[in-house]
Design a protein around this ligand. Structure first.
Ligand SMILES: [Zn+2]
Length: 285
């Protein structure tokens, strides 16, 4: 809860507050994915791998450019924390810029963007069975890029010394290390803020605090992506389960998550892998 203001509003305070906002990043010039072509490429596709991510653990999976992957709810409501890397680990998902471009929560047609200096789409969301949810009366929605990932450092801070080893940050660190033969010390700095798959979150209207509530996901729901570049995905089945109560503990009921990778019979019509950013990187020198 924020303290009450210490300063009285100026005489024109109400007028200043009444100014209408403008969108920070108008996206009319953002290249749009050809969703119809992407979806048409699913006809006759072949499932080439399945990865079952155990509850309170993470799993890694490879997705070649031009393939699709689905994150599927199985057994019970469960949220997942997704990291995306280029297969060579040179590029990582940039949740902050993705949020600036697409808003607080992602759905069909939105992209997961890489960081600087490449800033290109790593994956495009091609289907979201929870798109019916929209925004609820609390301002909550699913698949956010506003949270970070649960981590043992914040847990230690808030619990005054508590040690918990199955936060998503630690799960992602272990799984990335195993997938690429890295030490935990090498892997940890590569772990980044996530797409919170299936998680239902928002900011409280009165205090602006980050909130979560029970995910509406049910077994059979999925979020589907098209890989724009060669990807290594790492997904953690959050110890918060459906995130209705708490995370960073073993208290919540947790379930596995399934990742399926599909190879289309032919690349989507007109699709070309996205080029890296055209900025010349001279930075004014
Ligand atoms: Zn988590």
């Amino acid at each position: 809860m924020k303290p009450a203001p210490e300063h009285a509003a100026p005489v024109d305070g109400a007028a200043r507050k009444a100014i209408a906002p403008v969108i920070c990043y108008p996206v009319e010039t953002l290249p749009k994915p050809d969703l119809a072509a992407l979806r048409a490429a699913r006809a006759g596709w072949e499932k080439v791998s399945e990865t079952l991510v155990p509850a309170r653990e993470a799993g890694a999976f490879e997705v070649p450019a031009g393939h699709f992957f689905r994150i599927v709810s199985v057994e019970g409501p469960q949220v997942g924390d997704l990291n995306l890397f280029s297969a060579d680990l040179a590029e990582r998902f940039y949740s902050g810029k993705t949020r600036a471009l697409h808003g607080t929560h992602l759905s069909t047609g939105d992209r997961m963007w890489s960081g600087f200096p490449t800033l290109r789409p790593m994956a495009t969301i091609t289907e979201d069975t929870l798109d019916w949810y929209g925004f609820d009366a609390f301002g909550g929605a699913v698949h956010d890029v506003i949270g970070t990932r649960c981590d043992p450092y914040t847990h230690c801070l808030l619990s005054q010394g508590g040690q918990y080893h199955h936060c998503c940050h630690s799960n992602l660190t272990r799984a990335l290390a195993d997938a690429r033969g890295l030490t935990l010390v090498e892997a940890e700095p590569l772990v980044h803020d996530v797409l919170n798959v299936f998680m239902c979150t928002g900011f409280s209207r009165d205090t602006g605090q980050y909130f979560m509530k029970a995910s509406p996901v049910r077994p059979g729901d999925f979020l589907e992506f098209f890989a724009e570049i060669d990807l290594l995905g790492v997904l953690s089945a959050c110890p918060g389960g459906d995130c209705s109560a708490e995370h960073s503990s073993d208290a919540a009921a947790c379930h596995p998550l399934l990742v399926e990778v599909y190879r289309p019979a032919a690349p989507p019509a007109g699709w070309v892998a996205p080029a890296v950013s055209g900025y010349d990187r001279s930075h004014g020198r």
